[in-house]
Design a protein around this ligand. Structure first.
Ligand code: ZN
Length: 148
């Protein structure tokens, strides 16, 4: 069954928390990944972080058109380049902010089989991953606007 979760909007305080690490991926996390993806697609988003549905865990989903990426505990290992691009956020409807982000990143994370993986990404995928990783640290696009 497809479950569409309720999106939390700014200034909901869950969006400002540092999310907790996930020990391992169980049926519960797998189900949450699926529901996060349904919710993301239903809202025409390209990424979603668990805090955006009120769950303060380090889980993100991204799909920039090349298939779904589901990651736990993602962290940036290296990055290079940098450019501005206008971003939106499902938790900030109507808000568009030009955000400076690296063009290329390497992200280490745990996949849905609890295995540690590394993803090299560039362009929109790199940007989407970085946007969602920001959410896990309580950071929003409006903070970039303020130069934080
Ligand atoms: Zn967002």
């Amino acid at each position: 069954m497809k479950t569409i979760l309720e999106i939390k909007f700014y200034p909901d305080e869950v969006l400002r928390l540092e999310a907790s690490n996930v020990e391992k991926i169980t049926q519960k996390e797998k189900k949450l990944f699926e529901n996060m993806l349904h919710t993301m697609y239903a809202n025409k988003g390209i990424g979603l972080a668990a805090p955006q549905v009120g769950i303060s865990l380090k889980l993100i989903v991204v799909d920039v058109g090349n298939g779904a990426v589901k990651l736990a505990n993602p962290k940036v290992i290296s990055c290079n380049g940098g450019s501005f691009f206008e971003e939106g956020c499902l938790s900030l409807p109507g808000e568009q902010v030009k955000v400076m982000r690296p063009d290329k990143v390497v992200v280490e994370a745990m996949d849905e089989h609890s295995k540690t993986i590394r993803i090299s990404a560039e362009g929109l995928l790199a940007r989407a991953l970085l946007h969602e990783i920001d959410h896990l640290n309580g950071k929003l696009i409006i903070d970039h606007e303020k130069g934080l």
